[in-house]
Design a protein around this ligand. Sequence first.
Ligand code: 0RQ
Length: 502
Amino acid sequence: MSARITCPVLSTRVTSAEDAASHIHHGDNVGFSGFTGAGYPKATPAALHDQIVAAHDRGDEFRIGLWTGASTAPDADGVLAEAHGVSSRLPYNSDPVMRRLINTGEVDYIDAHLSHSAQHMWFGFYGNLDVAVIEVTAVLPGGLLVPSGSVGNNKTWLDQADRVILEVNHWQPRELEGFHDIYYGTALPPMRQPIPLTDPMQRIGEPYLRVDPAKVVAVVETDRPDRNTPFAPSDATSAAIAEHVVDFLRHEVSAGRMPPGLLPLQSGVGNVANAVLAGLDGSEFTDLVAFTEVIQDGMLDLLDSGTLRAASATSFGLSEIGVRRFMDHIDAYKGRILLRSEEISNHPELVRRLGIIAMNGMLEADLYGNVNSTHVMGSAIMNGIGGSGDFARNAFLNFFLTPSTAKNGAISAIVPMVSHVDHTEHDVQVIVTEHGIADLRGSSPNDRAVKIIERCADPRFRPALQDYLDRARAERPEARHTPHLLDEALSWHQRYLDTGSM
Ligand code: 0RQ
């Protein structure tokens, strides 16, 4: 029996990835583990790729519905997309090959709030889950599973799937046991009870996932690293954004709106969010706590320096260097990092109770504070809304961060009207670019427009934005609450599509 598989029943199910993949059939809905490149299955998807390609070569149909926690990696999303083996995908993707197929219309994409994905499955909104393919660190007697580097939707997929394939990854440190808190207290309405979490680092569950051994059709052993994408080094633009955020937090503390140790932090994905964490590290703030989704390298830095006391999340999202650092000092992080299911890490009830400070990236914002986080020029998906809505709408304070321009200055991140809305003006509090901060709290649409143009827009685009606002206000004196020129509102996007520049 492998040292990682000490459950007598499940040790008899150890088999090859090819055999495991043969339990997945055309038309199945398949739930993968995996969140921001951590903890996704690494052998079964490749074997499934080969079986899909072979079926297509025979002229047979073979496509599955693919559900995950969030993004996976080229060896999970990527290989299945390359095989043209996916008919639908939810709830979040950042794989470039999968993104292309979503954008060409080959794959139906359900871009969902991450806190919704598990409960929408229980509610029956997505249909039946046929197979779960879940990476774990170890399999213990009685069907107890030591989770790996992400928890995501694993609890739900394991509970709900008809058949389960486990991948036991020897690359994941065995010492991960004890890093997780899996809450089994969720119920369906009208039987729901409050979630008994009042402190970000409180344990309300147990360290293990559970699986009914009778459902496990295969156990596959692997030894492969997570995706571990490197982060871009912080540049002048992201450093300036970070400085504005830190200054603003200082201001909130001195205004008495926040305690000196701040409130729990949530930090989104991407390079800008990572840079903001680096900005906090150079600040006077210490002993902070994070209640977030993803632990990126920047958060390890904060934990190492003591700026951050502890972090609750659902996943790691580390670079190779970050992983090595985590593994080398894993015992020192125990008790300071807790990984939970995404239905808990992102739960609106908890985000609101704890008073989270949410910091997320965006593609563009408009004059009135509506934010587009997902769709380039209104139509092509980038990644997805992820947890940004879970946190932003329910946060004590939220920031949306972006460089003021994209594509070498051809695109303004501040536009007259966003081409797609993820976060409405009601949910957006503070917009930050390298030029400054627009604090929209308690502001009318017209005040917001003035602040956003003056403080956030790139100076080259300010005159045209001001001109739009002035003419919109003049055109219909009886409709000045949120003035727009409807025939021009999206003309900046159209001009970019036509000429390559806004
Ligand atoms: O594309 O690399 O091809 O040039 O968007 O932009 O500036 O590197 O920003 O890495 O911080 O990501 C919104 C995508 C920002 C991310 C987004 C192009 C730009 C570049 C990336 P290139 P940057 P970041 C919790 C939180 C939604 C989910 C979320 C995201 C690429 O933050 O996915 O918040 N957020 N989850 O050139 C066209 C514009 C653009 C633009 C930037 N206005 N128009 N392209 N780009 N602005 C975590 C989870 O939920 C898992």
